[in-house]
Design a protein around this ligand. Structure first.
Ligand code: C5P
Length: 339
């Protein structure tokens, strides 16, 4: 039997804006957020084995066992599809953990999408969605990608017509923050509200172009800084450096602690990244990934499985010209594929 394996890119996200409306009965919080995928990614390698699930990871400090969300994703799909065979997962980490960039959630979604292909299940995003929701609030977004509205716990996601194309400078202030702890702090002072409309104004295109970004806020930012007070000084410095290069937006991502600047000018983004590095910060300049770019990134990875497993990739170009079966399935909303 041919050794079957594939490597799925697990991209990071930033939250361009995040409003917390109030607590929910399930213990979570009702959110409105704008998710945005970026090019920075972990690599999730999946190798078909006879039985069981194993997980290895090159980053110290990331649990390499059943505590890892990627392991839980494989386990959930294996049970759901009643699969007897197993998988060996290896994660090459590039996304900082505990940084509000969704690294763990994205790894889990990459496992779902990759195993759907490796095990030939044909579930596609709609079939994987219920499993993704049970794994975590951010996981469903990574079945979609691009610029998307997130509602509910953040797990109801809708692609936006406005697909942001910009340069992003990510800055890791070097102190992971627990999402649950930030929400607990917010609970002590949050007054439930429905009257905040910045996210809907962004979505509705009430305000267009560069003017749309300054209206966005992240309600979690003050609570993240309260949770990690030693960050306050560092964040002020990061913000100052980003602001000098006039970003479209500078904000904390999710519950932190990663800060980011969004730029329409690559040179300004490059200068901001260089200045941050000179001050000793871990900083990256990356591009946003639109919905189409995200799908293309996943489709490229999934097509490589064909090359290793069954030699389909030699015909890939022909399939595209003649109407690839995967593309037809996508048209029916069943499968992620090239757009
Ligand atoms: O779903 P996930 O495990 O990623 O969420 C981590 C924690 O963040 C949850 O345990 C919860 O405390 C908090 N959270 C929340 N409301 C949300 C999303 C996350 O309270 N909408």
């Amino acid at each position: 039997m041919a050794v079957r394996s594939l490597v799925v890119p697990a991209h990071a996200k930033v939250n361009l804006g995040l409003e917390v409306l109030g607590p929910r009965e399930d213990g979570y919080h009702e959110l409105r957020t704008i998710f945005q995928t970026v090019a920075l990614h972990d690599d999730v390698e999946l190798r078909a084995t006879r039985s069981g699930i194993t997980l290895t990871c090159d980053a110290p400090g990331v649990p390499a066992d059943e505590r890892n969300l990627a392991w839980k994703a494989a386990d959930a799909l294996r049970r759901h599809a009643r699969i007897q065979s197993g998988v060996a997962i290896h994660i090459t980490k590039r996304i900082p953990a505990g940084g509000g960039l969704g690294g763990g959630s994205s790894d889990a979604a990459a496992v779902l999408v990759g195993l759907d292909q490796l095990w030939r299940l044909g579930l596609g995003p709609p079939g994987l969605h219920p499993l993704a929701r049970r794994l975590g609030a951010d996981v469903p977004f990574f079945l979609l990608g691009g610029t998307a509205l997130g509602l509910g716990r953040g797990d109801e996601t809708y692609p936006l017509l406005r697909q942001v194309r910009a340069h992003v400078v990510l800055v890791d202030p070097g102190r992971p923050v627990s999402t649950a702890a930030v929400f607990r702090r917010l609970d002590t002072r949050l007054t439930p509200r429905e009257d905040s409309h910045t996210i809907f104004r962004f979505v509705s295109r009430d305000v267009c172009g560069a003017e749309a970004f300054p209206i966005l806020v992240n309600d979690l930012e003050p609570f993240a800084l309260e949770e990690a007070p030693e960050l306050t000084e560092r964040v002020a410095m990061i913000r100052g450096i980003l602001d000098r290069e006039r970003p479209l937006l500078a904000s904390l991502s999710g519950s932190g602690s990663t800060y980011f600047g969004l730029f329409d000018d690559p040179q300004r983004a490059g200068r901001a990244r260089d200045a941050l590095k000179r001050r000793g910060f871990a900083a990256w300049r990356v591009r946003t990934l639109s919905l189409g770019q995200y799908r293309a990134s996943l489709a490229r990875a999934l097509a490589r499985d064909g090359a290793r497993g069954q030699g389909r990739s030699a015909h890939h170009g022909d399939h595209r010209r003649q109407g690839h079966p995967g593309r037809r399935r996508e048209a029916q909303g069943v499968r992620l594929h090239r757009v």
